[in-house]
Design a protein around this ligand. Sequence first.
Ligand code: ADP
Length: 720
Amino acid sequence: MTIEKIFSKYKFPEELKNIFIQTGIHTLYPPQAQAIEAGALDGRNILLSVPTAAGKTLVAELCMLRSLLSAPGRCLYIVPLKALANEKYEDLKKKYSSVGIKVGVATGDTDLPNDILSGYHILIATAEKIDALLRTRAQWLLNRLNVVVLDEIHFLNDQERGPTLEILTARIKQLNPKVQFLALSATISNAPDIAAWLGAQLVESQWRPIPLREGIYWNEEILFNRGPSRLIQGTGPDLNKLADDTLRGKGQMLVFTNSRRSSEAASRLLCSTAGIFLSEDERRTLTRLAEILRGPESSMTRICRRLGDTVEHGVAFHHAGLKPEQRKLIEENFKNGLLKIICSTPTLAAGVNLPARRAVIRDVKRFEGGLGASFIPVSEYKQCAGRAGRPQYDEFGESVLIAKTPGEAKSLMERYINARPEPVISRLGSDSALRTHILASIAGDYVHDINDTFDFISHTFLAHQKRPLNLIEMIGHVFDFLQEEDFIEKQGFRFFATPFGQYTNRLYIDPASSIILRDGLHKIAKGKSFSNIGLLHLTCCCPDSPLLRNWKSQWEEIEAFAYNCQDEIILQEEDFPMLTDMGLHMAIMKTTMMLCRWIDEEREEKICDDFNIGPGDIYRHLEAVQWLLYAAITFAELFQYKKLTFLLSNLRNRVKYGIKEELISLSHLKGIGRVRARLLYENGYKHATDLKSASAEDLAKIDKINLPLARDIINQVSRP
Ligand code: ADP
């Protein structure tokens, strides 16, 4: 099926056709043609379940364009991860802004006001952002909404993100039944189930633009599920032999490992192999890239140093401990061919589009908290394997599992290569998901009693799957819980959110977090002694706070910390029985200890090294704690604890900038982080107003402050 034919049948203007032709798209890929034949451009709901890179996005684009051409309105493109939202935004904006189609992005980071968001023809957003908008009844979102693209719908299976995706889909389905849903997914075994839930036509295919061969490496040979086997020669460990073979054939390689530590170890191991294949030019460019990734000597963390050291040899590791900008640089330089190998945790496979000739899934077992080593799911293997094969560069892609014995080779073939991925199941049945979303439904005035709620929940995938759950009973329990904890109240026969419930809903936190914050604040108001440590500990008790695990190595230090601050801790075991769980108690303490060091101006690199974490981890924790402190401030205002509001705001600033109390005034200046604020303070500028009498030349004499920055500081303080 040619683009020409589709464009003339659906009367697309010439300028749009040119965009497609210019990007080399003349004929549809087979699954794309199947989707069109199934009615994608005639407004039918479609579930397109095909492998990565088989062109799902293009079908979505055609549907959105068709709807925008036929009636004024808007399309939503919903993705599960922020990085994916930004990637899609860049792509679509570049493609369509020249023809007047306004493309926007909303991820919760760059919160543009609704009147701007409502002006976009195509709004790309994370599921969380759309859910948050629906909670505030953003009517503009549903008015004139024509097409909703649900990208990576298999994320329904994700414990954390699945329930939100499910709820917002059910909500849109209920409020605007005319919307066309276009759900896109990797191959899943129960696609018919999801299609039936969405009332969608299922389009399934195994077709890939670059054929994939899945194989098992054993004893210097890869045995594939199709085609001839391949002899692998080279020296050193198996992984090096595979790398040598890939790079010799001018390919690139992705290695998936089971932990951050093993991704780093694997990348170190591969340096000697990758280094052989670098040209002089590449070496020079890689040295520069390594310098950028390491950052300045004075603030270099061990992780950044290790990253720089492997990148010099054309190998990078990639995991959530790295900063987002480091990850982005690694991805870009792999795409442009400079980096030859990336060793990564499986998060990379679920993220941005980053294919390679060969994907080696080195570890098929992973240690899960307390459960010992267990096999990774087939779906995870398939997702990683699917990254093999780079369009325009590779004739075929190869995924490789490594076996240690012939018996293991056989069992891996059965367990992974010949297996079907696990079915996607609804995750909405958890207590946390149900109480959060039922409260959101009441607070958003969507439902007011158990029957309405049951009606609404019956639109969800949870109800569709009819797992052995007694839904009405579960909903009843949630209502009891929300009423007992004062999130909702009964007026006549109907339930409404209390102010506490409304705030919880708008703050987008788990009601269990609100209870912890509220109870802590009440205790303080009644005279409980406390300190900043106690407040930080309180936020770390909330289920919305991520926790540092692996506390065993720092056991004694954490015990001593807990002992020294026991009188300052606000929530004790008697108020929060979960603290009797030793693992949770220690994880909360360890996280509190890390945060305390941060606000005491401990250097970032020292925190990373001492806690064995990456800079990316620190920022994830800071973001969560700042938000929970903001929630605490909101509740303190609600309960009229005025003094606490002030203390909490100060603490929030300290967490934001990583500073002691005395630097708060200086930290508000733009371009001044924790390090420069400390330098200014030590040079006698203790308060922002002290800078009014300084000259730019004086300030430029201070370490790390150059003349342009000094001038900018003077400008900032002299503004009225
Ligand atoms: P998916 O969403 O299934 O992972 P994409 O839509 O991102 O796949 O497509 C992968 C690549 O293939 C993109 O670079 C896209 O431009 C290209 N592509 C998609 N459809 C076609 C086509 N019909 N002809 C040529 N290239 C195509």
